[in-house]
Design a protein around this ligand. Structure first.
Ligand code: BGP
Length: 473
């Protein structure tokens, strides 16, 4: 198919502070939730601990040492022609404990330097304000997002970074994969459930606090700089009905509604009826304050950012439904038409076109694919090259479908930032060997390696894709 992406399309890549920076204990950084999560698989239920024991948190404490190597890394991204770079700000670098009145200047300077380095190469920073980490003190002292006080701490954090970076950063997202709170509450929102607590009530109450925080952040951001574009960020686990049995279709719809609930609130500024009814039926009481409805209405997002890696299946037949297939933070039924990655994620490029159409039909505001990609084990050849044709195949097919969504279907898409553009620590498994990057980082699961960066075959391929604005795939 011929045709280009719109002028100014934001080609780039995505990472998150806690998965790349390392710099644990540097620059006045406080302890974050990511620092105390052991490198266990999400599937095995990631553990956390109250004490910091040096050594057992490898590899996230040093990650790929972007903290000291950001200049070299951003230069490599610029060589690929990146128009944007999505990263996050580690909240605990700016407010080490989270509840201080005065920010940590050294932390602010670090991101000044990172953003300046991007701008030097005309790379637009795209910033996730909170990506799977928060100051751990907010967990131990306040119970994390279950506590309404978190809203004020978060807004204080937003005010500081909005003001500080208002002339450097235009694109923001309030919470990474906000719907993941329903699947992995500690990673997403620092919530450890106490025995006897009603899981759903705690989680949906915490989600309400995040919604208010997000809406207030959007309003505040626009006040500080009306040019800001502030989005939500949704994990999009596209779920198909296993068959045309209406029961399967209904189940698939219900599975998606549990995710749409989050974007509905952030895009439309109100709770959807299906969720209010769900709360009623299940006796889930969400405490709201007078004025909350108004805050949600006034803080609707400018765009929908989302991650897309795979699709799942819902079935009324217990045998076929279930959780045979994995994914980023959520599991579901297996699809006989799809192949899977080495981690059992079902590869579905056409699903990306479906996702784009679904989201655009539903919201009619610009979309931004802020994560997509293939986690794989890469082999370094004797000559130092990395022949990651499987990654190129994955991305090529997804970009082709993305192109159809834009050119044939008319979806308004702002940009595309494949996940882990430089190898990083996996959020789900804590491993280094699950790689997504165009740039290889010499480091293994045990922490050995020189940390040297190598260009993979996909590096040169993606460079061509960007140079031709998506024509040369
Ligand atoms: C998303 C997260 C990322 C990222 C990605 C890949 O859910 O937003 O932080 O890590 O999934 O997942 P994993 O690292 O488990 O392969």
């Amino acid at each position: 198919m011929t045709g280009k992406f719109p002028e100014g399309f934001l080609w780039g890549g995505a990472v998150a502070a806690n998965q790349i920076e390392g710099g644990f204990g540097f620059g006045g950084k406080g302890i974050s939730t990511a620092d105390v999560a052991t490198a266990g698989a999400v599937d095995k239920k990631r553990e956390y601990t109250d004490g910091i024991v040096e050594g057992i948190y490898y590899p996230s404490h040093e990650a790929i040492d972007f903290y000291h190597r950001y200049k070299e890394d951003i230069k490599l991204l610029s060589e690929m022609g990146f128009k944007c770079f999505r990263t996050s700000i580690a909240w605990s670098r700016i407010f080490p404990k989270g509840d201080e009145a005065v920010p940590n200047e050294e932390g602010l300077q670090f991101y000044d330097a990172v953003f300046d380095e991007c701008l030097k190469y005309n790379i637009e920073p795209v910033v996730t304000i909170s990506h799977y980490e928060m100051p751990y003190h907010l967990v131990t002292q306040y119970g994390a997002w279950r506590n309404r006080k978190l809203i004020a701490f978060y807004i204080n954090f937003c005010k500081v970074i909005f003001e500080r970076y208002q002339n450097k950063v235009k694109y923001w997202m309030t919470f990474n994969e906000i719907n993941v709170i329903a699947y992995q509450s500690f990673i997403a929102a620092g919530i450890k459930l106490e025995t006897g607590e009603r899981k759903e009530e705690v989680i949906y109450q915490a989600a309400h606090h995040q919604f208010i925080a997000s809406a207030k952040a959007v309003a505040l951001g626009h006040e500080i700089n009306p040019d800001f574009k502030i989005g939500c960020m949704l994990l999009y686990p596209l779920t198909y009905p296993m068959t045309c049995n209406p029961e399967d279709v209904l189940l698939a719809n219900e599975a998606m509604n549990k995710n749409y609930y989050f974007s509905d609130v952030q895009v439309r500024g109100a709770y959807p009826n299906f969720m209010k009814k769900y709360f009623e039926r299940n006796n889930i009481n969400i405490t709201m304050e007078a004025g909350d409805a108004e805050i949600l209405k006034q803080g609707t997002v400018d765009y929908v950012g989302f991650s897309y890696y795979m699709s799942l299946v819902a079935s009324s037949d217990k045998e076929k439904g279930g959780d045979a297939a994995g994914g980023n933070m959520v599991r579901g039924g297996a699809n006989p038409y799809l192949e899977t990655s080495e981690w059992g994620w079902q590869i579905d490029s056409v699903g990306l076109r479906i996702a784009l159409n679904n989201l655009y039909d539903r919201y009619q505001i610009p979309l931004f694919i802020v994560e997509n990609g293939l986690g794989a084990i890469d082999k370094v050849e004797e000559d130092g090259s990395i022949q990651d044709d499987y990654r190129i195949e994955y991305l090529r097919h997804h970009i082709m479908e993305m192109k159809k969504a834009v050119i044939i279907d008319g979806v308004e898409l702002m940009g595309y930032t494949p996940w882990g553009c430089i190898d990083l620590i996996s959020a789900g498994t804590g491993e280094m060997k699950k790689r997504y990057g165009f740039v290889y980082v010499d480091k293994d699961n045990a922490g050995n390696g020189s940390l040297k960066r190598y260009k993979k075959k996909s590096f040169h391929w993606y460079q061509k894709v960007i140079a031709s604005n998506g024509e040369d795939l």
